[in-house]
Unconditional design. Structure first.
Length: 243
């Protein structure tokens, strides 16, 4: 069977993979070799001359990509070795690769605090505290998040094509008391967004609101993608712990 005939969820030699460290840094590496149907040989990734910290018996996640989507597979570090100046790790696959939706559109179900501000043409969203002149429409919890946008549930009615600024609480300092969401710290990130849908969900007049992010910089896109990847791996790990 040729390489292009293999099932999409099979990790193969030559695959470029993403590895996430415990501090949330995403490293790029490659599957260098495999012993029959056993361990994989993967180069230990590094950035700016510093190798990612990894030890024997650590459990890590590899992310690899196919035309139809993104796959995540759990691996155990069996051994470490050095060949010349290059470091490698032997990894044993612990779980079946789990498929996501398309890489750029994957929406992660996650509950974090979202501050919805009224739109202000003069305000330029960036990594900074919100200007005091911004008016808060409401503080809610998210339903899901991706690099393309996010969704919330709200008792408020939103009009499609309306513009808002969204403050995202990546540190998850929010708390929900009696159905009221409170964010204890100023949002880490404020983004310009457009309402793409407002769908009534039930008899209690709760609406499902979908926002699309606008004018994302590469740095902001990568920040969101990193958060989604790390949080997804945490959810997978917790799910496996409960099973």
């Amino acid at each position: 069977m040729r390489k292009n005939e293999l099932p999409e969820d099979i990790l193969i030699v030559g695959d470029k993979v993403d590895i996430v460290s415990e501090d949330g840094q995403v490293y790029r590496s490659m599957v260098e070799d495999r012993v029959d149907d056993g361990p994989f040989l993967v180069s230990v990734p590094h950035r700016k001359g510093r190798y990612m910290y990894v030890a024997q018996d650590d459990v890590i996640y590899l992310v690899f990509y196919r035309e139809g989507g993104r796959y995540i597979v759990e691996m155990k570090v069996l051994a470490l070795e050095k060949r010349g100046e290059i470091r490698y790790m032997w990894l044993m696959q612990l779980s079946k690769a789990q498929r996501n939706q398309r890489r750029e559109a994957y929406r992660l179900p996650v509950t974090i605090g979202i501050v919805v501000y009224e739109h202000d043409d003069e305000y330029k969203p960036e990594f900074d505290l919100p200007d005091e002149k911004l008016s808060i429409s409401e503080v809610v919890a998210s339903r899901d998040l991706s690099t393309k946008g996010l969704a919330i549930s709200s008792k408020n009615k939103y009009n499609v094509s309306d513009m808002h600024l969204l403050g995202i609480d990546f540190e998850d300092t929010s708390e929900i008391i009696g159905g009221v969401v409170r964010v204890k710290k100023a949002p880490q990130l404020i983004l310009k967004a457009e309402v793409r849908r407002c769908i009534p969900m039930n008899e209690n007049k709760i609406n499902h609101i979908g926002f699309q992010f606008l004018d994302l910089t590469k740095a902001v896109n990568e920040k969101i993608a990193r958060y989604v990847l790390v949080e997804q791996q945490r959810q997978i790990k917790n799910k496996r712990g409960r099973s």
